[in-house]
Design a protein around this ligand. Structure first.
Ligand code: AMP
Length: 309
């Protein structure tokens, strides 16, 4: 089993969805990613929190054996994101982003993290993504995420990060914003020309599209969930399931491996949306994941002869 190094935000989020409000809830891309990936592989976190970060929030990751030796606690406040969702809940609207301790963060990898084989640059300022990646000696497989906030404010650094990764996982709207493409399919093709050999476009309830430059497309809907309480973190959870699966296989990922990894990402994301913040994801175990896989299989597969043509 390989080690995954992740850099991303550890946050307190203030979220409003049609189901209600959840102020100062534990969130952040690195938290969702690590909770998901640590079910399947070993995770090392690089990030920063403020003095207000609660002990019980550290313990959540410690309980999953996540290595927190790259997590700094400094003077000031933890990153805070405030957002809301309307209608179909497929797109978060940002009201406020307080970078706080991330503003002056200068990540320095612990010596023991530098040999990490799998690296995930979760949603965080692109210069921090680059700074972390440059300290890893010889990674086997590198992935990234990003969001509209960075596409509009730091596009040229983001382009540098894109050149250095094997895969990007990105929301549909953001894939179009990044490329100017009119739909997710053409956006995926356009992004693969900017660097990554594989592109995963995340499409909320419509699922995902995986595009590989040599092997083409693989796409599935999301798990059919009648009630979505809070979609925050679904994308980061997907990425955690995706990377956790690949690192668990311990080889240079093939297209087939990535297809399986996308399915696991889909299954784990379906837990995250069932409650605010990380509440539901934190309770998932392997047996819950397996039964969800069995349920999902029923909705997405059929035998060839089922349709007589
Ligand atoms: P998603 O999986 O896309 O729903 O990610 C939601 C998480 O992203 C939230 O928990 C936020 O704390 C975090 N987030 C929001 N804006 C930013 C940002 N500009 N940089 C890093 N993380 C962010």
């Amino acid at each position: 089993m390989s080690q995954i190094l992740v850099v991303g935000s550890l946050a307190y989020d203030s979220i409003e969805t049609p189901s209600g409000k959840s102020p100062k809830t534990l969130g952040g891309s690195a938290n969702y990613f690590s909770l998901a990936a640590s079910l399947l592989s070993k995770v090392r976190v690089v990030g920063v929190v403020g003095e207000d970060y609660a002990d019980e929030d550290y313990q959540l990751l410690e309980k999953r054996n996540v290595d927190l030796s790259g997590l700094e606690k400094v003077k000031g406040k933890t990153f805070h994101w405030e957002g809301f969702y309307e209608g179909s809940l497929n797109e978060a609207k940002t009201l406020k982003t307080d970078l706080n301790v991330f503003e002056h963060f200068n990540p320095k990898l612990p010596e023991a993290f530098k040999d990490s084989q799998f690296v995930f640059l979760a949603n965080i300022a692109p210069e921090l993504q680059l700074q972390v990646l440059s300290q890893v000696k010889n990674p086997k497989f590198v992935g990234m995420d990003t969001m509209n906030f960075w596409i509009s404010s730091k596009k040229s650094i983001l382009m540098d990060v894109l050149k250095k990764v094997n895969v990007i996982l990105i929301n549909e709207g953001e894939s179009q914003m990044l490329t100017g493409a009119a739909n997710a399919i053409s956006a995926a093709i356009a992004i693969s020309k900017l660097g990554p050999e594989a592109v995963v476009v995340k499409r909320g309830e419509y699922g995902f599209i995986l595009y590989h430059r040599e092997h083409g497309f693989f796409a599935l809907p999301a798990m059919t969930m009648p009630e979505v309480i809070d979609p925050t973190g679904a994308g980061d959870t997907f990425a955690g399931g995706f990377f956790g699966t690949l690192a668990g296989m311990d080889r240079r990922p093939s297209f087939e491996d990535m297809k399986k990894a996308c399915v696991v990402g889909t299954l784990l994301a379906s837990f995250t949306i069932q409650d605010f913040g990380v509440k539901s994801l934190a309770k998932v175990n392997m047996s819950a994941l397996k039964s969800r896989r069995d349920e999902y299989k029923k909705t997405v597969s059929f035998e060839k002869d089922f349709v007589e043509i």
